[in-house]
Write a protein that binds this ligand. Structure first.
Ligand SMILES: [Zn+2]
Ligand SMILES: [Zn+2]
Length: 842
């Protein structure tokens, strides 16, 4: 009953009329009287939507219609609940003041991307989204300064939206949510003139439904609901509160729960090179699927809809749960997770869960006298990190704890362990390599991830994992059976005991087409439809039998220009916690947080893989260069031909900058490159070091930090990197000229490196002198700049210029750029080394 409470569906649809009314179609005559029951103009449109589109749903739709109609003028307790959820999701000023005029939907207003409303962004930095459904189209994803909405565009979108809604299986909230996500993600929730329209209608509706589901479960008495509602109103008006109102504002209503997978680094990269590449993609996808499966499983324990997943990605999830139920059951849930993962992964992987209580006051903007939701987001992350410190305490059973201290199965006699991951297990020889059931399973999963069109997840009875469990058993332990479907595949049978199926269309948003709905059916089993990104860019090659297989790391190295080396690129958003907490500042409501985190997710999970795939041209008879191991949340990890990575990093950064519309949210990168025999684990660690200890520590002379890339052990701001990259191209042109002109000898690069070494040596000496106070800081700067290197540089470069007349102009220009006051003498080694590696044979 709970799950189908009309309050939840009404909360999800309460403002859908804002979409409808912006089409400027008049209300049908029969609905005219609705105006008398509503406060603004959008509620009658919401009521008409419920009546016309969902009238056949097997729920109490009369109540749903009443609830959406009355959400700004509530009187009955259930009406008050919807109104409460609405206010907690995004409580805006005019609500309390009753700005009737302003609340009318204006079709011209476009959604301003939430990135461009963060603190420190000027008004002309504003970027708006084109009114379009969600797709991987550049025009749909990236905001622009000049995008505006129109009645026509609303009409076109509304027509497609309602025809999709008509296909939603009756009563299926999950599919309805997916349709809303596709069509309302860039519709501004509020278009009043004095507000910045930065909250997407989708995120407002979804979070309102999530809060409503918690409120329903809290079973507040009628009097308390009324008192809390009054308390919120008075808080807004800055009127005095009664003690009971005050108390209820601080009473926990929800629990914000965070789950975080730990151990992923070792799980992914602590593999031997024997066949590691084949299993890596499977491992990474499994981590993602496992995180999502556990999040869904927790929701099922509380009979909640997917509305209550605030975020999932990047190895963690945030859920909004009803407070009292969470307090009662979360320990048991945590223990089951720990026990199952222990049994399957023996400590290699674990998932930590922590929660913090959330009261009404925690949802409100500071302007509304609240605490702003972002603070809770930070709190729960801190709690999870504390949990990490005492990781195994929750296992509960003494036996397991003892097992932890018996030396891990690693490093026993070689014949007893897997040659890929060094664990014991059900070993079998495959392609001359001894592999455990995990590694075989992940390789199989990697193969299944080749061009799948759909992912089907059945909800099945939870099964205790067997002794030698693989990834399927892990998911089954949390009540999910997963199938990847390819074109022409026969559908899997309905598993025994299955209660529902979820069908995800992969990497496309047209997920409710007739074909999909007709094809994916299993008798009377309820089926939901949705879409998701696969975040995939996997390199391929033909093996000796002409079969298409995942390429090995050595193959990627072969695709490099110049020296055949391998590289790792890691990138992530700078100071993400601050972006959430300080960027949104006092306006950090749950709707905005949700909008912001989903935008980031879209960029990393959908756009980055698309960029990566452009470097894989196996289909066109060329070599694939990139292996995207992971992209999600706010970071990414790519292995690939070393020479491609700097360019890829720059493109990702440029697109990210376009997405956020400026330099107020930035991205940094770390690139590590090595011979392909170098262990991946070490290469991954080197890239981590380049990112965390170099790029993130980078500081410009004006004090601005981060927003940098570290390449060839040198951190540079992106602006400087672009300059070096430009000179790298110029050097390559001289070293390998296109036309008849003779090439500049590679000895030129050696000279540049020697000159840099001279510079670096002298610089260290003058710094020492400055530290000993033998010279002042100014003298030091002077001495460094006018040191021997300059004369040496001028001398050598002039000689090259004399001997290579056709390159003279370029060399002279290079010389001037290096020696000028903000010249790049300090980066000369990077430039020379980069060009040297690109022109080196083999
Ligand atoms: Zn409303
Ligand atoms: Zn193994």
């Amino acid at each position: 009953m709970d799950r189908h409470n009309p309050v939840i569906l009404a909360a999800l649809l309460h403002d859908i009329g804002k979409f409808g009314e912006r089409t400027a179609e008049p209300l049908p005559v029969w609905a005219e009287p609705f105006h008398h029951e509503a406060r603004y103009t959008h509620e009658p449109y919401s009521a008409v939507f419920v009546e016309e589109q969902l009238g056949r749903w097997p729920l109490d739709m009369t109540t749903v219609r009443r609830l959406v109609l009355k959400h700004h003028a509530p009187s009955l307790p259930d009406e008050l609940l919807v109104s409460l959820a609405d206010r907690l999701s995004a409580y805006e000023r005019a609500e309390a003041e009753g700005d009737r005029e302003g609340a009318r939907g204006r079709a011209e207003t476009a959604l301003r991307t939430v990135f461009s409303r963060l603190l420190g962004v000027s008004a002309d930095g504003a970027r708006y989204h084109e009114l379009a459904d969600l797709s991987l189209d550049r025009r749909a994803l990236f905001p622009r300064p000049d995008a505006v909405g129109s009645v026509e565009s609303y009409r076109a979108l509304w027509e497609r939206f309602t025809s999709e809604v008509a296909r939603v299986p009756l009563g299926d909230l999950r599919t309805l949510l997916a349709v809303l996500r596709r069509f309302t993600w860039v519709i501004p929730s509020d278009t009043r003139r004095d507000l910045i329209p930065d909250i997407s209608l989708y995120h407002h509706l979804k979070t309102t439904a999530a809060i409503a589901a918690c409120l329903v479960r809290e079973e507040l008495g009628e009097f308390d609901v009324r008192t809390l509602h009054d308390g919120l109103t008075n808080r807004w008006k800055k009127a005095p509160l009664t003690p009971r109102e005050e108390e209820l504002l601080h009473r926990p209503l929800c629990a914000l729960v965070k789950g975080d997978i730990s151990g992923t680094q070792d799980f992914l990269y602590l593999l031997t090179s024997r066949g590691a590449a084949r299993g890596l993609r499977g491992r990474s996808f499994y981590l993602q699927l496992l995180t999502e499966t556990i999040a869904e499983w927790i929701l099922r324990q509380f009979q909640l809809h997917p509305t209550n997943v605030l975020f999932v990605g990047g190895g963690h999830f945030y859920l909004l749960l009803p407070y009292r139920a969470a307090a009662e059951h979360l320990d048991g849930i945590q223990q089951r997770i720990a026990r199952v993962l222990w049994k399957i992964h023996k400590g290699d992987l674990s998932l930590l869960v922590a929660s913090v209580p959330v009261a009404a006051i925690d949802f409100l903007e500071e302007e509304a006298g609240g605490n702003a939701f972002a603070a809770k987001w930070g709190d729960v992350s801190r709690r999870v990190n504390e949990e990490k410190q005492r990781k195994w305490q929750d296992l509960g059973q003494e036996g397991m704890r003892r097992e932890l201290f018996i030396s891990r199965q690693r490093g026993m006699t070689a014949e007893d362990t897997c040659q890929v991951c060094h664990n014991a297990g059900a070993l079998e020889i495959q392609d001359d390599v001894r592999k455990c059931q995990h590694c075989r399973g992940f390789e199989e999963l990697g193969r299944l991830l080749r061009d799948p069109t759909h992912l089907v997840l059945f909800t099945v009875p939870e099964a205790e994992p067997p002794e030698q469990a693989d990834w399927r058993d892990a998911l089954r332990a949390f009540g999910t059976e997963a199938w990847l479907i390819h074109e022409g595949d026969v559908l899997p049978r309905r598993p025994p005991g299955a209660t529902e199926a979820r069908v995800y269309t992969l990497d496309a948003t047209d997920f409710l087409d007739e074909d999909t709905c007709r094809r994916f059916r299993w008798g009377d089993l309820p089926v939901s439809y949705d879409f998701r990104w696969l975040a995939d860019a996997t390199p391929r090659k033909h093996d000796e039998h002409g079969q298409e297989v995942i390429a090995e790391f050595a193959d990627l190295a072969e695709a490099s220009q110049g020296v055949k080396w391998l590289g790792v690129l890691r990138m992530d958003v700078d100071g993400l916690g601050d972006v959430f907490k300080n960027g949104l500042g006092a306006q950090a409501t749950i709707s905005r947080m949700s909008t912001l985190s989903e935008s980031l997710r879209l960029f990393f999970e959908a756009w980055v893989p698309r960029l990566c795939r452009e470097y894989n041209r196996f289909q066109q008879g060329k070599k694939d260069a990139l292996y995207l191991i992971y992209a999600g949340g706010d970071d990414l990890f790519v292995v690939g031909a070393w020479s491609v990575l700097p360019e890829l990093a720059e493109r990702i950064r440029d697109d990210f900058r376009e997405l956020v519309g400026g330099d107020h949210v930035t991205l940094s990168a770390g690139i590590a490159i090595e011979h392909p025999k170098f262990p991946l684990y070490q290469l991954a660690a080197n890239a981590r070091h380049a990112l965390d200890d170099q790029a993130k520590e980078f500081q410009r002379s004006n004090g601005r930090a981060k927003d940098a890339v570290s390449f060839l052990q040198t951190a540079m701001g992106w602006e400087e990197f672009a300059r070096i990259a430009g000179w790298k191209d110029a050097l390559l042109q001289m070293l390998n000229p296109q036309g008849e002109e003779p090439a500049l000898p590679r000895a030129f690069l050696m000279r540049l490196m020697e000159i840099h070494a001279l510079y670096a040596g002298n610089r260290a000496r003058w710094r020492r002198a400055q530290r000993l106070r033998e010279i002042t800081h100014e003298q030091m700067e002077e001495l460094i700049h006018y040191d021997k290197w300059q004369w040496r540089l001028v001398y050598h470069l002039s000689r090259f210029a004399e001997r290579h007349e056709q390159h003279r102009e370029t060399i002279d220009r290079l010389l001037r750029e290096i020696v000028q006051q903000d010249g790049f003498i300090a980066r000369l080694r990077v430039l020379a080394r980069w060009a040297e590696l690109l022109t080196r044979e083999g």
